[in-house]
Design a protein around this ligand. Structure first.
Ligand code: ADP
Length: 299
């Protein structure tokens, strides 16, 4: 049974510089090219989920310079009625992508930090018990959203990215699913080895579903109390920006559909691999057809 996927999250203007190699501290390097793309983890994941076939609505805020991000969301089929404009500038992401596909990113949330408790309350009047609410850590209101989501009876998924104090203050017991990459997992647990860190978290929170993405090494998870893992699909990675968002958005969409974990994770892994083959974040979020073709080829 398919339900609506609700996303409370960020919209950003990604300003992307392609560089031969990421600069070391104090170093200045000449970019090969510069580009501006719509992005933000909330927007990326909303688009990924919509392209994967989910019915998606989003709460977020941009500045007046962010109308093109909202158009991109709407074009992907995301309900943007609750994406509002504020008088701050849009969220700003300074992204560097190196020739080997590795990236470094600095974000300034700006308008994304203007999401208020009243915005969240109004947005969640459109959610029904059992629906999935997906959040990340690039906008304000995380704590309030967790409280309200529990009151409404939503399944709360947190992609704890980027890791920060707002995430540490959340009662992980209130979540249904926690999604992190290996760096976020290490920051959250203080344990550098992902399997050991996942074990520690899973023992502390036995009812919490936990999914850890490992970049080109694939993913590991503890879902419904059982360990699962998968290798990444080999691709020629040209830009890994948005891989995690493609993975998380696709997984949320497919779980909203009621797909079993292993099938949904296999497709999320394909979505992440596909995102590595295309430049930009939103432009690289794959369609359901593309994901199914990759899964069929890999079997
Ligand atoms: P984030 O973007 O949040 O750091 P990861 O880098 O862990 O997330 O990537 C998320 C997922 O995308 C991985 O688990 C994998 O499925 C896929 N992925 C990322 N990089 C590659 C790659 N180089 N080749 C194939 N798949 C990749």
């Amino acid at each position: 049974m398919s339900t609506t996927l609700h996303v409370i999250g960020s919209l950003m203007i990604d300003r992307v510089l392609r560089v031969p190699a990421l600069p070391a501290p104090g170093e200045t390097v000449m970019a090969r090219s510069a580009a501006v793309h719509p992005g933000g983890k909330g927007a990326n994941q909303a688009v990924a989920a919509a392209r994967c076939g989910a019915r998606v609505r989003m709460l977020g805020r941009t500045g007046s310079d962010g109308a093109f991000i909202v158009r991109e969301l709407a074009a992907a089929g995301v309900d943007t009625a609750c994406v509002m404009t504020s008088d701050a500038m849009s969220g700003f992401a300074a992204v560097m992508v190196a020739d080997d596909g590795m990236n470094s990113i600095v974000i300034a949330p700006e308008a994304n930090s203007r999401i208020g408790d009243a915005d969240i309350d109004a947005f969640l009047t459109g959610a029904a018990p059992g629906d999935l609410l997906l959040m990340q850590n690039e906008c304000s209101g995380l704590g309030h959203a967790v409280t309200r989501a529990c009151e409404v009876g939503l399944k709360l998924w947190l992609n704890a990215a980027p890791m920060g104090d707002a995430v540490r203050q959340i009662d992980l017991g209130a979540l249904s699913c926690l999604l992190v990459n290996e760096h976020e997992l290490a920051a959250l647990t203080g344990i550098g080895e992902p399997e050991a860190a996942l074990d520690r978290l899973a023992n502390a929170w036995p009812k919490l579903d936990i999914v850890v993405t490992l970049g080109a090494a694939g993913w590991i998870a503890r879902v419904d109390g059982a360990p699962l893992s998968g290798r990444a699909i080999p691709v020629e990675a040209i830009d890994t920006v948005g891989c995690g968002d493609a993975f998380v958005g696709a997984l949320a969409a497919l779980r909203s559909e009621g797909m079993p974990w292993i099938d949904a994770l296999t497709r999320a892994n394909a979505a992440g691999a596909l995102a590595a083959t295309i430049a930009g974040a939103i432009p690289s979020m794959p369609t359901r057809d593309a994901i199914e073709r990759v899964v069929a080829r890999a079997n």
